[in-house]
Design a protein around this ligand. Sequence first.
Ligand code: 5GP
Ligand code: ZN
Length: 115
Amino acid sequence: MDCIFCKIISGEIPSEKVYENDTVFAFKDIRPVAPEHILVVPKKHIANIEEISLEDSKVLSDLFMAVKEIASARKLNDKGYRLILNNGKAAGQEVFHLHLHVIGGKDSLGPMISR
Ligand code: 5GP
Ligand code: ZN
């Protein structure tokens, strides 16, 4: 499958890995918007929310547990951090492999949505 994130998970495309377990892979975003900008992705290829099913329940909880571990290991948890999931074209989703952006390392990350 021609998916950038599947290739990153398999190691075909290099990345700066920050975390990995059986079901989740996390790496630094190539175009960081803050001092800490990490992408947390399920190893299973799921394009976006529209493709998730009940079978993916464990994978989805694993994703959030991984966020918690990464935030704690990188000391983001005391100040706080933002999670972003761009779902679909209108939201700016560029890579159609479900992923959470973990963004932190700054006190102020600006307004949630620009209006
Ligand atoms: P989206 O807009 O789909 O939520 O975000 C995709 C993110 O993937 C972007 O922030 C972009 O910088 C990042 N990205 C795209 N290609 C690569 C890549 O080859 N390596 C890494 N590390 N990040 C990538
Ligand atoms: Zn993929």
